[in-house]
Design a protein around this ligand. Structure first.
Ligand code: 4AD
Ligand code: MG
Length: 463
C-alpha cells in the first residue's frame, strides 16, 4: 500500500509518479463524455489537485454522483496536466468514496458573506479564505516561538486560572464551582463566602500572564508567555474578542527603550516570516481581501517605525483639524480613531507612543521622574491601531505600593508580587502582543472574528 501524499507535495512534484495516493474533500466535480474531473483539496495548500476518473472505474456511477464536500481517497498516476493552470493531475486507478455529501452542504462554490461563514464556523476552514487564514495562524505561532528561542528567551506557562486582575480593569470572568442558586453567604450579608469555593478564594480566568512572567524574568532573565487570555469586556468591535491569545515577553535588566526595540523587532520579524513562508496564502489575501496588503508588508519590513510621546501625539491630534467622534485631550485615552489617524494619516507607518499619563494606565508601570507619566508604550499599526501594549515595570518597592493604593487596590493582595521588589529587585520591562491583531495585520482580514477558529464575543459562544 502506498501511503498518502499531501496535495501540496503532489503539486510540487518534480517528475511524474507511477503510483500515488491522495485524500481530501471534493471542491467541485464536472463531467465530460468519458471522464469525471474532481478538484481535490486537503488543506495542505490553497491549490487543488485535479483527479481524473475514467468511466471504466467500477464505481463510476457513484463517482458521477459525488457532490461538493464529499471525502475521497484516490490512487493512481501523477501525470503532467493537459489542462491550463496546473502542472500535475492524478489519473485515478482506484477511487474510494470515504464520506458522501449532499446538496444541503452549505459551502457551495459561489462566494458567501463573512457573516454567513461565521455561522458555519465548523465548515468554513474548508473554504479557500479560511484555509489560508488558519495556515497563516499556525505559521505565525511557530514564528513567535522561533523569534524568542533564537534570542535565548525561556517559554513560561503562566496560569490560566488566577487570583489577580493584572490590568485592574475589572474585566474578569469568574471561575467558581459554587451553585449559583444557593451561594453560601457570610453572616449579616457579608457577601458570598468564597472560602467555601473550590480554591477557597475568588478566582478568575487570566487577563494577562504578565505578573507571573515578571516572577520568572526575575530568575531566568528573559522569558515569554504565549497563551489564551480572557476579558469580559463588552466591546462589540472588529478588534476585540473575549478570548484571545497573547504573547508576553518579560526581560530583567531592561528599560523602556529596550522594550520598544524588542516590540518593533518582533513585529518586523513576524511579517518577514509570513512573507517568506506563506506567499501563496498572502497572494489570496492581496487578491480578495486587501489590495494594498503586499505593499504595506513590504513597507513595514523595510522602513523604521516612528516613535512619539503621548504628549506629542495629543498635540498632533489637536492640530490635525480632523473631526473625531471621541474627544482629544491630555489625560484621555487614545481611541482607535485617534490611533489610526496617527499611523494612517500622519506618520503613515507603524508608530510607538510612549509615556502616558499615570491615571490611565495600570498600577505596575514605572513612574517617570515628572511624576505625571508612566513608562507605558503602545505600538500602533495602520488599519488596526494598538497591537502591542507594554511598559517598564515599577521596581521600587515603596513607589509600587503607593501605585497600588492609588489604584484603590490593597498591597496585601499583591504580597508575592511585591516580594520581587524586596529581594534582588531589578529594572525590568515587557509587553503584550495581541496574536489575533497581529494576524489581522499580516492578512488584511478586517474582523477579529475571522482570524479565530471559534470566536468568543459578547452574546456569542457557539460551538
Ligand atoms: O494592552 P494590554 O491590555 O496589555 C496587557 O495586558 C499587559 N499586561 C501586557 C504586558 O505588558 N505584558 O493588552 C496587550 C495586547 C493589546 O495591545 C492588544 O493587541 C491585545 O493584547 N488585546 C486584545 N486583542 C483582542 N481582543 C481584546 N479584547 C484585546 N485586549 C487586548
Ligand atoms: Mg493596551
Amino acid at each position: 500500500m502506498v501511503s498518502a501524499t499531501s496535495v501540496k507535495d503532489a503539486l510540487q512534484s518534480v517528475a511524474p509518479v507511477a503510483a500515488l495516493e491522495v485524500q481530501g474533500w471534493v471542491r467541485t466535480r464536472r463531467d465530460s463524455k468519458d471522464f469525471s474531473f474532481l478538484e481535490l483539496n486537503d488543506g495542505s495548500s490553497l491549490r487543488n489537485l485535479q483527479i481524473i476518473a475514467k468511466n471504466t472505474l467500477p464505481n463510476y456511477t457513484a463517482i458521477q454522483r459525488l457532490t461538493t464536500g464529499a471525502s475521497i481517497r484516490a490512487r493512481g498516476a501523477l501525470v503532467a496536466s493537459q489542462g491550463k493552470g496546473q502542472s500535475w493531475e492524478l489519473v485515478a486507478e482506484d477511487l474510494q468514496i470515504v464520506g458522501a455529501s449532499d446538496d444541503s452542504y452549505p459551502l457551495q462554490k459561489k462566494g458567501h458573506s463573512a457573516e454567513f461563514l461565521r455561522e458555519i464556523a465548523h465548515l468554513r476552514p474548508r473554504s479557500n479564505l479560511f484555509g489560508c487564514v488558519f495556515r497563516v495562524r499556525s505559521r505565525l505561532a511557530f514564528a513567535v516561538h522561533q523569534f524568542f528561542q533564537e534570542r535565548g528567551f525561556v517559554y513560561v506557562h503562566t496560569p490560566i486560572i488566577t487570583g489577580s486582575d493584572c490590568e485592574g480593569a475589572g474585566e474578569l470572568f469568574r471561575v467558581t464551582t459554587l451553585d449559583p442558586n444557593t451561594p453560601l453567604r457570610l453572616p449579616n450579608d457579608g457577601g458570598i463566602d468564597y472560602t467555601q469555593d473550590f480554591f477557597a478564594r475568588p478566582t478568575y480566568l487570566t487577563v494577562s500572564g504578565q505578573l507571573e512572567a515578571e516572577a520568572f524574568a526575575c530568575a531566568l532573565s528573559k522569558v515569554y508567555t504565549f497563551g489564551p487570555t480572557f476579558r469580559a469586556e463588552n466591546s462589540n468591535t472588529s478588534r476585540h474578542a473575549n478570548e484571545f491569545w497573547m504573547i508576553e515577553p518579560e526581560m530583567a535588566f531592561c528599560d523602556l527603550q529596550g522594550d520598544m526595540d524588542l516590540a518593533e523587532e518582533m513585529v518586523k520579524y513576524l511579517v518577514r516570516a509570513i512573507r517568506e513562508h506563506c506567499g501563496e496564502d498572502l497572494g489570496l489575501f492581496a487578491k480578495f481581501v486587501d489590495k494594498d496588503l503586499l505593499a504595506r508588508l513590504e513597507f513595514v519590513v523595510e522602513r523604521p517605525f516612528q516613535r512619539t510621546s503621548y504628549e506629542e501625539a495629543i498635540q498632533l491630534l489637536l492640530a490635525s483639524g480632523e473631526k473625531f467622534e471621541f474627544p482629544v485631550d491630555y489625560g484621555l485615552n487614545l481611541q482607535s480613531e485617534h490611533e489610526r489617524w496617527l499611523t494612517e494619516k500622519h506618520f503613515k507607518c507603524p508608530v510607538t507612543v510612549f509615556n502616558y499619563p499615570k491615571e490611565i494606565k495600570p498600577f505596575y508601570m514605572r513612574l517617570n521622574d515628572d511624576d505625571r507619566t508612566v513608562t507605558a508604550m503602545d505600538l500602533l499599526v495602520p488599519g488596526i491601531g494598538e497591537i502591542v501594549g507594554g511598559s517598564q515595570r515599577e521596581e521600587r518597592l515603596e513607589v509600587l505600593e503607593e501605585n497600588i493604593r492609588r489604584h484603590k487596590m490593597d498591597p496585601a493582595d499583591y504580597k508575592w508580587y511585591l516580594d520581587l521588589r524586596r529581594y534582588g529587585s531589578v529594572p525590568h520591562a515587557g509587553f503584550g502582543l495581541g496574536f489575533e491583531r497581529m494576524l489581522m495585520f499580516v492578512t488584511g482580514v478586517a474582523n477579529i472574528r475571522d482570524v479565530i477558529p471559534f470566536a468568543r464575543t459578547p452574546g456569542s459562544a457557539e460551538f
